[in-house]
Ligand binder design. Structure first.
Ligand SMILES: Cc1ncc(COP(=O)(O)O)c(C=O)c1O
Length: 382
């Protein structure tokens, strides 16, 4: 029996362990030391952001974004329902109502053609989730946000290294949230960052991240004591995490190239099944450059997805499904509402499965995954 192929495997790409040792030797393990500054500089350079704030997770970055908006109960934030829980909970924690809009049939991203109809006088922001590193239609979303005076936030948890019209994702929103969770392209175990793309929000974002204090100015020697000035929280990442992350940033290009190779290889190996009508793959528009973050198949029926997942498991392959739509989940029903019909979200979420995809996945194992899928369709489904 061949060995099990995991769904994900965290990895070391270069000098991560060396940098962690250096952080310890530097004698600075809390946040905002040498490695945090290097990572922040790298992120600002890559995205052209005003500021990059390392956070303990992508979720923390979303919560910090929500704090910045000064939301009041009854304010509304438009987002897809086909996304991770914390895209919504970050805003609901501030008392806002998530308003769920359906996704596109082709890219599985927020359907920008349905957003305007969901806007009300209480709408404050639109959250664009770039599913699997495929860009949302950012020109249209920016235009809608500007016309209605709304904040545009990118949930770019999947999207570091991906582009829209040759510009990096994370550079389009007023704010953008990144994740470095171990399942992402560039990792630090847990970790995230808030990119602030508006100069006038930069200083306040730093204050909210530092427990609502002006500690950053104090540490820079600009004031002689720091004090509580805003309602913030502790959204600072440790230097140990930043040191590991810096090792990944040094190898960012190599990592992205490898993930894209694996992603393209899956497409080659599995396109015959799409042509045969067995399943569908995510469509990537020609003006979007993905980052190989995830590879998904959409089966014809929910039962077919369940049967294929079980068959893969029996053959030692860990594939997974996601997302349970937020609008239909207990907390989503209680705290949010729908702003459009939801049929695409419901169909895709019931039929989508994700294949193993990680930096060290071998081409042989990848072929085994694809061969197992194709054999199942040929012999079991026809
Ligand atoms: C779309 C999306 N947003 C936000 C997050 C939250 O990121 P984290 O796990 O770093 O908190 C995730 C995590 O998987 C995600 O997929």
């Amino acid at each position: 029996m061949s060995s099990r192929i995991p769904f994900n495997k965290p990895f070391i790409a270069g000098k991560e362990l060396y940098h962690i040792a250096q952080a310890v030797l530097n004698g600075h393990l809390s946040g905002d030391g040498h490695y945090t500054h290097r990572c922040a500089q790298w992120l600002c350079g890559y995205h052209g952001s005003q500021r990059a704030l390392l956070t303990p997770s992508g979720t923390a970055a979303l919560e910090l974004a929500a704090l910045l908006l000064d939301l009041s109960p009854g304010d509304e934030v438009i987002m897809p329902s086909f996304t991770f829980v914390t895209t919504a909970s970050a805003f609901a924690l501030r008392g806002a109502t998530p308003v769920f809009v359906d996704i596109r049939e082709d890219t599985f991203n927020l359907d920008e053609r349905m957003v305007e109809a969901a806007i009300t006088p209480r709408t404050r922001a639109i959250v664009a989730v770039h599913y699997g590193g495929c860009a949302c239609e950012m020109t249209a979303l920016r235009e809608i946000a500007d016309r209605h005076g709304l904040t545009l936030i990118e949930d770019a948890a999947h999207a570091l290294g991906a582009h829209y019209q040759n510009r990096p994702l994370g550079s389009f929103g007023d704010l953008a949230c990144l994740s470095f969770h171990e399942t992402k392209n560039l990792i630090s175990g847990e970790g995230g960052a808030l990119l602030v793309n508006r100069a006038d929000w930069s200083e306040r974002a730093a204050i909210l991240r530092q427990k609502g204090t002006d500690r950053e100015r104090f540490l820079a020697g600009l004031i002689d004591k720091y004090t509580w000035i805003e309602l913030g929280s502790s959204y600072v990442a440790s230097e140990l995490v930043a040191a590991f992350l810096w090792g990944q940033f040094e190898q960012a290009e190599t990592i992205t190239v490898r993930r894209l190779q694996l992603w393209e290889n899956y497409r080659k190996l599995l396109s015959c099944g799409e042509e045969a009508g067995w399943y569908r793959l995510q469509h990537i528009p020609s003006h979007c450059r993905p980052n190989g973050h995830l590879f998904a198949l959409v089966a014809r029926f929910p039962e077919e997805r369940e049967a294929l997942l079980a068959y893969l498991k029996k053959n030692g392959i860990s594939a997974v499904f996601h997302y349970v739509p937020l609008h239909a989940s207990p907390a989503g029903r209680r705290l949010g509402r729908t702003g459009s019909r939801m049929d695409v979200t419901e169909r895709i979420s019931a039929c989508l499965l994700r294949l193993p995809l990680f930096y060290e996945l071998s081409t042989e194992d990848q072929k085994r995954v694809a061969d197992t899928i194709i054999a199942w369709y040929q012999h079991e489904r026809g």
